[in-house]
Design a binder for this molecule. Structure first.
Ligand code: PRX
Length: 653
């Protein structure tokens, strides 16, 4: 904590909004004051007004917040609406010919879909879903490349009330099977393959593999054609979408659902081995997605908005598929890797599509910064007017590069703190009003009661003193539960402070200006390239290998990825040398890749005859963390049962 306080004292740069941005912004200083005051004076009334203003209801709500089953809070729960109708139909009259979506494949193929065209494709695919026997409340798992087809499929599910769960296309068959089984999906929606880094990712093969291992609940696999690779089609189960589309109608009425109807489940890692199905609502979720697109991104009619996140993550839900479309915006969707054909790809696309709002992760910024300024300097980036970041704390050096080289010192940078669970931005600048400081996500948004508290739940009033980041009042886009596991929901998010405050799982501090600085996770979660991985999950994968007796995994700082995984392994047989070229290390890295997905592949594996444990048998991760980081072991080691093991792990024995 001391280290963090010192680093903040060194970071005293402050960037006021530029006049020309500020004067045109949706949110001006006086409107912001007004929003804060209204939210403070009447929390429920504030959200109710926004819900009436921004959502089109089939049945208006009369109740605002229902806390009778707290912490399972419900919002607007006697109202009915449809998310797809809010994203598409309501724009048809005013902006039917406006481009809703610009798609670019890795190979350079592009496609523009107007609101009218997107609406038609969504209706047609929704009819395919109906023909596959799906109806409101059924679950569908999507395992898709990042294409317009993924957006169409997501909107189509929403249109008929099918609860969707998108599984990131980088996850393995095993991880996919677990998610299919947990959600009890009837249908899997996939594609033959996608292109990434010049290779075809054979998605349908992975689905087949997953369904060989389990997933008996699935009766239909709908497969889009994208990469053109051959794939096996199982009679009676597998259907080509293009074939099914030839028989369907272009009309499909949006089905009104209750405000609380689950729009989607999104699985995220926790500190135990099993992923959690984060359950989101329809109305409350969409409301925050809309207002944050307008407040934080200043999204307007003429903007071209490119959020580079995949739809397999929450960012791709709130800032690609649902939020911007509900606002009538134009989104860019890109299938491939940022470095194909070279590290100028993003900047070329900004130039070609005249992108005005660009939102990405610090890990991408760092990687592109390393590639050098020559790439962005080859392109005309003058269309950009706002930049955003999400997923992990951004280091001031990367922030300054983004500001200087990409934003030409003209664009505000919105550093947005939020989570899969929060559904939308919680702490972020209002770009026309809030001065920014590199590395801080600035202040909570209106209506978001974020605070930093101590063990007892008391607000920490000393500036820069770290504590637990909590949210003290419910908000519309909060998660509703962990799918099928209410107890886990309570245990994970409401375990302290008498269950009154939402515990985000991050530590943070607030500086003398009221700015929030995120310090890291308080649980055993590692943030690799902006994606949360539970260390337990990787440990379970390692011990599932026949050669492994025991494993412990910790995070270590990494220049590009933010954090990487360092593993400590005890084998059943002899202890190998270790090192990245070691045969066992290669086997285990490939194994974890297969079990979870490539993002979980450990960067280093060390072997020992045992792990450092307390007398009660608990692995002392604090010590492992110090070893992995090459730091001196500090603090008390007297509870350590087998002290000699430390030297072995350090490679000194
Ligand atoms: O630790 C915080 C970090 O990412 C976590 C949420 O991860 P996930 O649910 O995968 O969602 C990522 C996209 C919203 C948080 O608990 N995090 C996210 N944004 C920031 C951040 N840390 C610092 N600054 C941010 N802007």
């Amino acid at each position: 904590m001391k280290e963090n306080i010192e680093s903040v004292l060194q970071e005293n740069r402050r960037f006021e909004p530029k006049q020309n941005f500020a004067t045109q912004a949706r949110i001006q200083a006086d409107t912001l004051d007004d929003l804060y005051q209204r939210a403070e004076a009447d929390h429920e009334g504030f959200w109710a007004d926004l819900a009436r203003q921004h959502l089109s209801w089939d049945t208006p709500f009369s109740k605002v917040l229902d806390d009778s089953q707290a912490p399972h809070y419900q919002w607007f729960n006697d109202g009915e609406l449809n998310v797809s109708r809010n994203c598409l139909d309501r724009h048809l009259q005013e902006r039917g010919d406006k481009t809703a979506l610009i798609f670019e494949g890795e190979g350079g193929d592009t496609l523009h879909l107007s609101y009218r065209e997107l609406h038609r494709e969504v209706c047609r695919f929704a009819n395919v879903l109906k023909n596959a026997g799906l109806s409101s409340g059924d679950r569908a798992v999507l395992y898709m490349p990042m294409t317009h087809q993924a957006i169409i499929a997501m909107q189509a599910c929403a249109r008929i009330g099918v609860v969707q769960s998108v599984v990131f296309g980088g996850f393995s068959a095993e991880a996919l099977k677990d998610r299919i089984e947990d959600s009890q999906a009837k249908v899997v929606i996939t594609a033959d393959g996608g292109t990434r880094g010049g290779n075809i990712v054979r998605l349908k093969d992975t689905v087949d593999n997953a369904l060989q291992q389990g997933g008996a609940c699935v009766d239909t696999v709908l497969t889009f054609k994208r990469a053109g690779n051959d794939c096996a089609m199982q009679e009676g189960r597998d259907v080509w979408v293009e074939g099914a589309l030839t028989h369907v109608d272009e009309k499909c009425e949006a089905v009104p659902v209750n405000a609380e109807h689950p729009l989607f489940l999104l699985y995220t890692s926790g500190s135990t081995g099993r992923p959690k199905g984060i359950q989101h609502s329809s109305a409350g979720y969409l409301l925050n997605a809309i207002v944050t697109n307008q407040w934080v991104f200043d999204l307007k009619e003429d903007d071209i908005f490119w959020c580079t996140a995949d739809v397999g993550w929450i960012t791709g839900h709130s800032y690609v598929t649902f939020g911007p479309l509900a606002c009538g915006g134009t989104v860019v969707v890109y299938e491939g890797a940022p470095t194909v054909p070279d590290a100028g790809r993003f900047w070329k696309m900004v130039q070609d599509h005249r992108v005005s709002i660009f939102y990405t992760a610090p890990t991408a910024i760092r990687a592109l910064m390393k590639a050098g300024d020559d790439y962005p300097q080859q392109y005309d980036l003058s269309s950009l007017r706002l930049l955003g970041t999400v997923g992990e704390p951004i280091n001031p050096e990367a922030w300054m590069w983004y500001h200087r080289v990409i934003g030409a010192e003209q664009c505000p940078i919105v550093d947005t703190w939020w989570q899969t669970e929060t559904g939308s931005h919680m702490i972020a600048p209002m770009p026309g009003v809030t001065a920014t400081k590199p590395g801080s996500c600035t202040r909570p948004l209106p209506g978001i009661a974020a605070d930093v508290v101590d063990e007892e739940g008391n607000s920490i009033t000393t500036p820069n003193q770290g504590g637990y980041l909590v949210i003290k009042k419910p908000w519309p886009s909060m998660l509703r539960t962990v799918w099928g596991d209410d107890q886990r929901y309570k245990d994970t998010y409401w375990p302290m402070f008498d269950g009154k405050y939402y515990l985000a799982g991050d530590s943070a501090r607030i500086d003398e200006d009221g700015y929030f600085w995120i310090m890291g996770r308080i649980d055993d979660v590692v943030n690799v390239s902006g994606h949360r991985l539970g260390t337990m999950e990787v440990e379970s994968a390692l011990v599932a290998h026949e050669a492994v007796a025991e494993a412990a995994v910790v995070g270590v700082p990494h220049e590009v990825k933010g954090e990487s995984l360092a593993c400590f392994v005890v084998l059943k047989g002899d202890r190998p040398e270790g090192g990245i070229d070691d045969a066992m290390t290669q086997t285990l890295r490939a194994w974890v890749g297969e079990q979870i997905g490539a993002i979980a592949k450990p960067d280093s594996i060390r072997y020992a005859d045992n792990l450092p444990k307390t007398r009660s048998g608990k692995i002392m991760r604090r010590l492992l963390r110090a070893i992995a980081r090459g730091e001196e072991i500090q603090g008390d080691t007297s509870t350590l049962e087998n002290a000699g093991i430390l030297d072995q792990l350090k490679g000194e024995q």
